[in-house]
Design a protein around this ligand. Sequence first.
Ligand code: ZN
Length: 428
Amino acid sequence: MSNRLLITGGTVIDPAGKREGKFDVLIEGGAIAAIQPSIKAREGLDVLNASGKLVLPGFVDLHVHFRQPGREDKETIETGSRAAAAGGFVAVCPMPNTDPVIDHRGAVEWVRHEGERVGLVDVLPVGALTKGQRGEELTDFGELFEAGCVALSDDGRPLANGLLMRRALEYAKVFGRPVIQHAEDPGLSAGGVIHEGRVSTILGLRGIPSESEAVIVARDLALAELTGGWVHFAHLSCAKSVELIRQAKQHGVRVTCEVTPHHLALTDAAVAEFNTEMKVNPPLRSEQDRRALLEGLKDGTIDCIATDHAPHTDWEKQADFDSAPFGTTGLETALGVCVKTLIKPGLLSWSQLAEKLAVNPARIAGLDGDGLVNGHPATLTIVDPDAEWTVEPERFVSKGKHSAFRGWALAGRVAAVIRRGMILGSDG
Ligand SMILES: [Zn+2]
């Protein structure tokens, strides 16, 4: 393949550049060389026909679990990268709750090098906030950022100690990077496996109240205001959190946040059959919470959509509801679920969805979020918006064969992913 690629006949949707319409895109040396209504194919040009397809800025997932090192039976950086590419992502941020924890330079460098060796998507590690994610002693932030971390988080668990959170926000501010909080009060959540509400009562399962998330969101917004630091909330799940963040943004607090496709599409009613594929943390909540998340996404309170891709083995997920681990895979269903939940009902336009899946998460990760600009890296996700398919987790590229969306009929498939001018295949 030459290093010159012409994408013809597609509809370019570029929210950052405020461009939408039929354009051909010429890529040279990995960068955008021209975007014009019609560009003539010449000799030495590879041509990709994108008729009927949408040409979007490349998707970025701020929140994935690739399980390596330590649980290569669940996922590896290689299988996770393939799943990401299959789902239309060009960059992913793996969380540090592996074994060992990504809490020092050597571990960060190893993850980055493994991502580069696989060479499919950009693997941008999130480092741990505290040593061993034990919540007792902060890691060396300078060392972790210097080694290439794009953010720090104890995700998998919250940073419960308020003083450590304050210090973390102060130190991360020096580097201009966010602290990602998995907002959950361990005391309020203890032993819970499902949203606390009518369904938990009927099923006799211990509930996790919405307040478990909201009290930590409230506290950390106060600490972000106090320190001027940047807090990013992972996987928001409830109405109260959305309202708190909406108000804080109006007051100029430095806060960003994400929501998962499963929290946008599903409620605790899905757990009714004790289906462990619906066991996620934070739990699927009420219809009122779900509607508040949709509203927050629409009005800009929620900046982006992140999958919290959390693969597990069959034997773990097939346990009883109380003992099965939290988490669903998400990389390969994200686009289709967003089309079904957001585009089809007219809640978001394609341009707005591209902001939530590409532009905003890219900016939060410190990447180029400028979209399709001449001279900038040609990193694109090309989507067939009408292609229909059914979710069969057994066919996932990911090692995780469990999905909250098993059997769903979806529209919207990834046709091609282009990273710095190179077309990615999910099989490498
Ligand atoms: Zn989490």
